[in-house]
Ligand binder design. Structure first.
Ligand SMILES: *Cc1c(COP(=O)(O)O)cnc(C)c1O
Length: 363
């Protein structure tokens, strides 16, 4: 998290907090009103809620709006995210019944139309997140699907996964759908994570229609899935950074994504120059490479970077990688056949000196 979020967090953690006290009225307040208002402004939507994480958000939406009924979902979107978050499993646990439509690579509007019955309670669209199907593929636009859902009075919900609020075009990364855009194109509700590309704390955000969010807020499970004040504080500071257009200054993940390859090259060159004199047993050079964003948030796409490539005359690359991993603080490197690679994109510039100390101290 950024410095401002860190300072605010320390303040909230060790001082008084009006988490559930409304200072203006002098009565009981709700814990997530501030984050909610910030989100409503940023996403230009009637209402937003914050829960424990996006898995909780998906579960709560399905349980509140579709328990006992059917949920339509395209066969191409029946995904597993990792650590056993599987859309069909969450759906079953929510008490809703899954109804698959279409095929793995192609789902047409007609498939959704034919999937509707009088038991249909919700249509779920899921961002494929960590994989891509390419080639002979198609799916209806959000506008088309929204018109169909509206004609049946059934909510259209989009699970956006990463919740990217910045434009990735300058970085030549395929644009991630912005939650505001999904809502304006016809989704009744969207949900996304607070700690993936958004760069805040672990949280799940649900935004969109007031009437659906009212039902979700009144679900007794809301309390079981709510966020604590420390996570809310970080999320609030992060959202303020977006609102005041300071995201590139304040939010580390945004700063790392936007860090220019030229600057990374300068830092890598300077590290090589400074280390070469200290360690004659290390062969050091910088090489062209690629950075992958957010543990697979943007699959098959990457940012150009300049890597520091290390080989030791005394240790194998695997041993060197292990020694770095076991140093204090641990340094996580990549292994590339005979060499160890370091990507300075995810090293804070103020840690370069420390990295030199660790590298020069390897036994
Ligand atoms: C990551 C992800 C989730 C789970 O989000 P958490 O905040 O990690 O719980 C759910 N759906 C999609 C599409 C995701 O990418």
């Amino acid at each position: 998290m950024g410095d401002a979020a860190g300072r605010q967090l320390a303040e909230v953690a060790s001082n008084y907090s009006n988490l559930e006290f409304d200072l203006a009225r002098g009565g009981r307040g709700k814990r997530d009103v501030i984050a909610g208002r910030l989100l409503e402004t940023i996403l230009d939507c009637p209402r937003a809620l914050v829960v424990n994480n996006n898995a909780a958000a998906v579960f709560l939406i399905l349980n509140s709006l579709a328990e006992g009924g059917e949920v339509l979902i395209s066969r191409g979107e029946m995904i597993e995210i990792g650590d056993s978050f599987r859309v069909p499993d969450i759906l079953r646990k929510s008490g809703a019944r899954l109804k698959e439509v279409g095929t793995t690579n192609k789902t047409h509007l007609e498939d959704y139309r034919q999937g509707f019955t009088d038991r249909t309670r919700l249509v779920l669209r899921v961002h494929p997140s960590n994989f891509r199907i390419s080639g002979f593929t198609s799916k209806p636009s959000l506008e088309e699907l929204s018109a169909l859902c509206a004609s049946r009075s059934v909510p259209l919900v989009e699970d956006l996964g990463s919740g990217c609020l910045i434009d990735l075009e300058a970085e030549r990364i395929e644009p991630e759908p912005h939650p505001r855009e999904s809502l304006s194109r016809g989704a009744d509700l969207v949900c996304f994570s607070g700690d993936k590309l958004l760069g805040g704390s672990q949280a799940g955000i649900i935004a969109g229609s007031s009437s659906y969010l009212q039902r979700i807020r009144h679900n007794p499970l809301f309390r079981a899935l709510r966020v604590d004040k420390l996570a809310l504080s970080v999320l609030e500071s992060t959202l303020i950074a977006y609102l005041t257009r300071r995201e590139e200054l304040e939010i580390p993940v945004v700063r790392m994504i936007r860090m220019e390859a030229g600057l990374l090259k300068e830092r890598a060159d300077s590290l090589v120059a400074r280390l070469s004199g200290l360690r004659t047993d290390l062969a050091l050079e910088t090489v062209e490479g690629a950075s992958v964003i957010g543990g697979g948030s943007t699959p098959s796409q990457s940012l150009p970077t300049r890597l520091l490539r290390l080989r030791s005359s005394r240790h194998s690359a695997a041993r060197l990688e292990a020694l770095l991993r076991q140093s204090d603080p641990p340094v996580l490197a990549r292994l590339d056949r005979e060499a160890v690679l370091l990507d300075l994109r995810t090293v804070f510039p103020h840690d370069d000196a420390r990295l030199i100390e660790i590298l020069s101290g390897i036994e």
